[in-house]
Design a protein around this ligand. Sequence first.
Ligand code: GLY
Length: 255
Amino acid sequence: MFKNVIVRIPSKHVSDGITSANEGKPIYEKALVQHENYVSALTKAGVDVTVLKPEDEFPDSCFVEDVALCTKKCAIITRPGASSRREEAALPDMIKTLHHFYTHVEQIKEPGTIEAGDIMMVGDHFYIGLSARTNQEGANQMISILEKYGLSGETVPLKEVLHLKTGLAYLENNNLLVAGEFKNDPRFADFNKVEIDPDEAYGANCIWVNDYVLVPEGYPKVQKKIEALGYKVLIVDTSEFRKIDGGLSCLSLRF
Ligand code: GLY
């Protein structure tokens, strides 16, 4: 069960976020409304949501998932691989909030880079994508820290997607949404794999929050497959975040 979630209100310059999507620029006012609806859905799922103030000079700073890994034993502040995002991990209100919730707060150091959008938690084990944002050194440091707390990790080289959780979502109870390059990955052979069709690949980025699964609006096949597993679904429109390669998981830290 998750008790807490941390989010950050989108920057007024959210339209300048890093993107490969070619879907136009996010509309700030619409992003704010979608973010409020996201917080409402999380609240409905029974978690306490800590809402951090906007940091206007960082267009991608609403994607708080990338700047820390929150485990049940410790929090680990990351070192984002995107240079324009690196200082997001040092924002004082985020550090203070992590220290409020955790006795143990660790940190990834140079030359390691890692963004926690590349990390998928499955119980006490953490899959870490090696991507354009997360390097081997960052993954090694992360695994050493996890092991110090009795947790474990392994790496997963990425070929196409931005972050590991762009194409994978663990919904607990051994249920794993898989899209694209992960469908035939032997690392995930023992999961109950729910394959996501290429035309709904973005919809693979769902999040499990207690008895609920948050699903992005506009992915009916994904929604049906998740409902068929017995989960209660909450639909959240993320169209503005999609324009800058963001999704449901990137928008929060859940622990
Ligand atoms: N725009 C989200 C990211 O690229 O990190």
